[in-house]
Design a protein around this ligand. Structure first.
Ligand code: UDP
Length: 241
């Protein structure tokens, strides 16, 4: 049974990485395209002022808490999220599954060349995965019918979408009925990590819940977006009072 909690009005599944992976396994044999989203604190804040984004998250089949702020908020609210489940980690588990079950994946997004490089590196690690197709994430709306056809003709089982949040979540939601893949997952910067163009924070930062700080040091221009984290914590504390 799916159990969700609300963080500032946004539904999030009360899952661990293990539980999220179980849900994924339930999706892969289904008949429809199931959507996985991995909101962080910025996205939960954005959904406060964007009803269409909230609707997209409401409609997703699995919503994992990919932000330490969401876990803190849940602790303050007493709503029971226990651990952060990152998109990077869930994608890795899904890739392991694809390797074991010889599944095909399609990588959509990133700058030109990034998805192809990510695909190469994925196959180096997981030799049974077939890269059914790749496509960069800088296209015009009029290209979408061709892209959907390319994805469907590729016979991919799983589509990883890296168009940045919340664009990728909205894109998957808009086209889910036109997609023949079993699972579509928004993965943001994970394709860059697989391609080797961006490095993930060292484990010590991850363990301390400071991955956001590492990212701020590496990509300081993101500070405006990242101001969402303290604003969010203040909102959560005020709402508690
Ligand atoms: N991206 C894309 N098309 C776009 C915008 C972004 O393919 O129109 C890609 C970008 O190149 C990067 C990924 O989406 O590979 C994640 O972008 P960003 O770091 O902005 O998003 P976040 O990780 O915060 O979701």
């Amino acid at each position: 049974m799916r159990k969700q909690v609300r963080i500032m009005g946004v539904p999030v599944d009360q899952v661990t990485l293990h539980g999220a992976y179980d849900s994924f396994q339930g999706f892969i044999d289904g008949s429809d395209c199931r959507i996985i989203v991995t909101p962080n604190t910025e996205i939960v804040m954005e959904a406060q002022n964007d009803p269409s984004l909230l609707n997209v998250i409401e409609d997703a089949d699995l919503v994992v808490p990919d932000g330490i702020g969401l876990i803190y908020a849940s602790k303050i609210q007493g709503t029971g999220l226990t651990e952060r489940v990152t998109g990077v980690d869930l994608m890795l588990k899904i890739l392991e599954y694809c390797h074991q079950h010889q599944k095909q994946i399609f990588l959509l997004g990133g700058k030109p060349g990034v998805a192809a490089k990510a695909g190469e590196n994925i196959v180096k690690k997981f030799s049974n995965i077939k890269i059914a197709g790749v496509r960069d994430g800088y296209f015009n709306p009029e290209d979408v019918p061709d892209i959907l056809e390319e994805i469907n003709n590729s016979r991919a089982d799983i589509l990883f979408v890296a168009l940045g949040a919340p664009k990728q979540e909205k894109w998957m939601h808009q086209y889910r009925n036109a997609l023949k893949v079993k699972v579509a997952m928004g993965v943001g910067g994970s394709v860059d990590i697989w391609a080797g163009t961006v490095k993930r924070a060292p484990e010590i930062y991850q363990k301390l819940g400071l991955e956001w700080f590492y990212r701020l040091m590496k990509e300081p221009w993101r500070y405006k977006r990242m101001m969402a984290l303290p604003k969010f914590m203040i909102k959560v504390l005020l709402s508690k009072k």
